[in-house]
Each structure stands twice: as structure tokens, then as C-alpha cells.
Design a protein around this ligand. Sequence first.
Ligand SMILES: [Zn+2]
Length: 285
Amino acid sequence: MRRSGRTNPLRARLAGSVKTLLGKLVFGLGLSRWLLSDRAVVVAFHRVLAHAANDAMTMPGSAFREWCRFFARHFRVVPLETVVAKLERKEPLDRELAITFDDGYLDFQTQAVPILSSLDLTGTVFAVSDFVGADATPWWDEAERHPFMGWQELRDVAARGFTVGSHGKTHRGMDQLDPDEARDELASSKAALEAGLGRPVAFYAYPYGDPGRMPEVYRDLVRQCGYRACLGYGGLIEAGTSPFHIGRICVNDWFASPAQFGGYLVVLALRRIVSGFLRGRHATS
Ligand SMILES: [Zn+2]
């Protein structure tokens, strides 16, 4: 669902153009190496379809390849495991970028994995255990159905070096669930995916991604259920971030281009630097 409403389209376009210019400048000159040192990024996609239009959930294959090239040129693209392990050990970050996919659509195996593999990149897919191998149609796909991976496809991507995480059992929002239901979403999806894959499932991304929909107390449940990380949406990942509060940046048609995404990261980093500076000044005055 896209946010709409009172945003002035001209102003939004202008802000987008400024970000694109900023991204081209900072990434083109290599200043991003300095600006993003000590930080990591986790990006989230949903669907990659060969000849689809770009929308909130879907990216055409040619555009996805372009995004991946941008990531490879400007970041150290790593498995999500690397980012989580660094946060666990409190090691310094250094422009790591992990690619993730939500929901476990079939096109992850048929479209995204071949593109990522051809560029020697890897990624993580967060599957909804009840959707795997089922004829599921979630409410947002009722107008246009999209199939999900079955167990064979999920095992295939795992065998090709991609990580499988849990996106819950039924994709219900965690804010809608009582503690027993929340525990069941976490524990039974993990158990089902581990049984189906024959390998451990260590990472959890909650449905809808909005941190407002993930009650804080349930992050402890994620840990208690044996996961090593909990992911939603957010911004840049900084040193000291808890693995149970990893924010991802959703890549969709909200960004006109990888350069605009770059400009967005620059703005996020500059904001952090300025607020850190102001805090420091406040502390010493
Ligand atoms: Zn989802």
C-alpha cells in the first residue's frame, strides 16, 4: 500500500530530483565510502518479474539487475549472516549491504536468484511457512495472483547458497496477536521451515515491516523462540544496533533510480552526523 494524500507532487518530484543529484554526486565521487563507513544497509524487495511494471511490490528484471550492479559497485554485498554476526560481536561496520526478499514468491527462484547468481551476489528470502507449497492468495494479491515457492523451490535456493528466513506462519500483523498467537507464529514457522529445508532458520522478518506493528515485548519472544535477528523497515544500520532491531530499506517505485536511493542514504547519514554533532555540543556546553 502506498501512502497518498496531501503530498504536493511537484514538491515531491523536486525533492526526488535533489536526492538523485546528491546521490550521483556523492556516489560518483566516491564520497559515499567515507559517509557510509561504520554503517550497513539491508534492502528489502518483494517480486522481480521479467516484463512487469515497477510498483510498490514488483520490479522488472532489467531494473533489478541495474540495482544489483549499483549495490555491487558501491557496497560490500554480503550475506545477511555477516551483518548479524558483526552486530552480535559488536564489530565495526564497513559499508556492508545485504539483499533480502519478503513473502517467498516463486519469482524469487525463477527471476531474482538467476540475476543475483550471474552477478555473484547472494541474498535472503523470508518465507511465510503456511504459503510454501500452498495455493495461497493473500489479500493484497486478490486483484492479481502471484504464486509462492513450494518446498522443492525453497530447498533449491537454499542449496544454491541463499538464506531462508521466517516471515511468520500466516503473515498476520504481530500487533493483531495475543502473546500465545505471536509465539505460535514465530515458533511454528521456524519449525516448519527447518523441517522442510533440513537446515536451521535463524532470522525473522515481521510482516508489514512497520516497527509500529511490532510490539517491543514481542522482540523478546523472537529471541526466546531461538532466532538470532529480527528485521523490519528502518534506515541505516549503525554500530551498536541490536540484531533484534535491524531496519531495512524497502526498494520499490518510491525510488526513481539507484542514484535517488543513494541520495536518500546520503540524507540519512548527514542527518545522523548533524544530530550527533548537536548532541556532542550540547553535552560539552
Ligand atoms: Zn510480507
